[in-house]
Design a protein around this ligand. Structure first.
Ligand code: TRP
Ligand code: SF4
Length: 363
């Protein structure tokens, strides 16, 4: 069982086999101009992505949706979702962005006021600073608690679900409070919302998420089938990306400061954190020169792959030189830290203005 509200260890191959998620590499060749995250295997799995491919290639008639639970700070790993949203938006997708203030009320004890503040100041400001123009007419950002259509839809969804269903998917038991039981139903509604009349009627929707969110997608696909006659809903497609490894070698997590580079860190701090990260280097210089480094277990290399190097040739060169022992970790770290610092400097020049825009979205 995958519990979306807990942390767990990951074996991506097992997940693909066990839950009927398909390998992303099977559809990769059919996508025109794919995102580097797709080509590099960071996005490793999907459901029904083959239905999205022609729409993306023709730039029409689909929506992309995702949601954020406002709790804690954003870290560099979250950038992955934004990169994907930008790509789909460029491909003509209509974008729907849920701020899950009801979920964080139920699962994280966050008040609606605090949830809204964090969503705006922390999440939306960063989304904008990272290049997503949330003021565009084709983008709908909403707070769960304030969207009437969403809440009406949630109620209709609730009628199609019983306790046994939720127990089987999430392991909820008789002591789970009812707001928490209701949270996944709201998320199902988030995912189906772009297909309601108000948002243009039934259409293909793609939901890019981390694997922890898959239980919600399975539930949504079930319910879409149950409601297809009444609303014409089509089962949503989804993709799954790997989580970024933290600086210590464990998963990067907002609640574990030692593992994370926060988007609010100063450029200097981000640079310093990169230099502190675990590498795939060998015990001694001699050994490294002889055996080469291990990029596939290196946090530094992962940062280059996920976030810092767009050019494949440049990346391959680093990989080669690491493997053959000509590139040494000290040098490689300094270079990577420099790239990270540049990225953060750029982000920070945009922060203030982005914050003003984010605030104005809910005036
Ligand atoms: N549950 C998600 C999280 O924990 C947030 C979320 C709410 C979401 N609605 C969504 C994600 C719809 C994807 C699609 O971050
Ligand atoms: Fe990682 Fe770079 Fe060292 Fe290779 S040389 S193990 S990529 S830090």
């Amino acid at each position: 069982m995958i519990d979306p509200w807990a942390s767990f260890d990951l074996d991506y191959d097992k997940l693909v086999n066990q839950f009927g998620i398909k390998k992303f590499s099977d559809v990769l060749d059919t996508i025109e101009d794919p995102l580097p995250l797709m080509e590099r295997g960071v996005i490793f799995g999907h459901r029904d992505f083959d239905k999205i491919v022609p729409l993306v290639n023709n730039k029409k008639d689909f929506a992309v949706m995702t949601g954020m639970m406002p709790s804690g700070q954003m870290h560099i790993g979250h950038k992955m979702v934004i990169d994907q949203l930008k790509w789909y938006f460029k491909k003509g997708g209509q974008l729907s962005l849920a701020i899950a203030d009801m979920e964080s009320y139920a699962a994280r004890n966050m008040s609606f006021e605090e949830g809204k503040r964090i969503a705006i100041e922390e999440y939306l400001a960063n989304y904008i600073a990272l290049g997503l123009d949330l003021t565009d007419d084709n983008i709908n950002v909403y707070l769960q608690s304030q969207n009437r259509t969403l809440n009406e839809l949630t109620y209709k969804i609730a009628k199609r679900v019983n306790f046994n269903n939720l127990n089987a998917i999430y392991g909820f038991d008789k002591s789970t409070n009812l707001a928490h039981l209701y949270a996944p139903l709201i998320q199902v509604a988030d995912i189906l919302l772009p297909q309601t009349e108000e948002y243009g009627g039934p259409k293909q929707v793609i939901v890019p998420v981390g694997i922890d969110q898959d239980p919600h997608l399975r539930l949504t696909r079930d319910i879409a089938a149950k409601l297809s006659e009444e609303f014409g809903f089509i089962a949503p497609a989804s993709t799954y990306h790997r989580f970024l490894t933290g600086l210590t070698g464990d998963k990067m997590s907002s609640s574990k400061p030692k593992t994370a580079i926060y988007l609010n860190d100063t450029p200097k701090k981000a640079e310093k954190k990169v230099k502190s990260a675990k590498t795939g280097g060998r015990e001694s210089l001699e050994e490294q020169k002889e055996l080469g480094g291990q990029p596939d277990t290196c946090v530094i290399y992962e940062m280059l792959v996920y976030h810092l190097v767009d050019d494949d040739e440049e990346l391959n060169k680093i990989r080669e030189e690491c493997l053959n022992g000509t590139l040494l970790c000290g040098h490689c770290k300094v270079h990577t830290a420099e790239l990270m610092k540049d990225f953060f400097e750029d982000l920070h020049t945009k922060k203030e203005e982005s914050l003003e825009i984010a605030k104005s979205l809910f005036d």
